[in-house]
Design a protein around this ligand. Sequence first.
Ligand code: F6P
Length: 362
Amino acid sequence: MPAQRLGILTGGGDAPGLNAVLRAVVRTAEQVYGAEVVGVLDGFAGLIERRFRPLSPADVRHLIGLGGTVLGTTNRANPFAYPTPGGGTADRSAEVVETLREVGLDTLIVIGGDGTLAIAGELAKRGVQVVAVPKTIDNDLAATDYTFGFWTAIEVATDALDRLRDTAESHHRVMLLEVMGRHAGWIALHAGITGAADVILIPEIPYAPEWVSGACERCSNRGRSSSIVVVAEGAVRRGGDPAVAEVDAVTGQERLGGAAERLKGELRALLPAAIEVRATVLGHLQRGGRPVPFDRLLATLFGERAAHLAMQGRSGRMVRLENGRIGDVELEQAVGASKTVDPGGEMVRAARALGIAFGDEA
Ligand code: F6P
């Protein structure tokens, strides 16, 4: 049945372009269909706690270039395992279904990464009309060529590498930059190439510290007195585990962090004492700020397509970019299908041809 009133929420980590999706959905729903859009605050928490905000075209004015999400978000509000005050979890999904019915939201547009999309898929199985929009700066969803936010993160990481090179060259140091990417090294790989790194360490290619130090020493043999190493937060040494910063007290999920600091220690033990090593963690600087034009465009086209799908009652679909064209796919097919770097793939081969090391060979 065609929708009249849409609900929309943002879930998981923020990414540049979320607000551009909201803007595109609201404008398309209003201009093409005369329909109303209601924003749900703070992801699925807003559906449990009944916190909403109407979104009119005036409310979304100037949002195309704004980072973050005006609706708020959380990665701690899975309605199927909702945190209880006692420290446990409870299945509160039935309340979500009931709330959507009572508030009169015909279709829910869910914008999020893998975890949020999986929740959307489960709600669809319980009869909720759902349309999904993929989001992650990690660009690790197999069903879409790109997610918005990724190229903004690459821009930030590339700029950081350019800046670090100034200090690396001036002080003749080895500079390490830790970037995001738990399971997939796309940010490290792209930024490592665009920022002209000497070494790129990603989760998909476990490294040996002696080969990383060897690559840094080769830089000095080539007449350079500095080197730049990009380290994905999920980078692992051979037979090792990712560096875990802490375990989230509410969800029990591991938060990664410390890969560059750990590598610094490993390199210090291997490199001549005269060579100084410094580590920088880029962290959430990669997630905030104004989306670059590509991310604005992708987010806008995703939002426009999502609004049409929702208004036409095409539930259970996820918008995507496929071979450069906007399309959509069965949400069930998209959920859980991750995209990691192929160690033998084109980009890794190109990087190696340029002389970039991955710490996996002498
Ligand atoms: O979007 C995913 C991600 O960017 C990961 O690469 C990273 O591990 C995570 O977000 C960090 O999220 P949080 O904001 O919870 O620290």
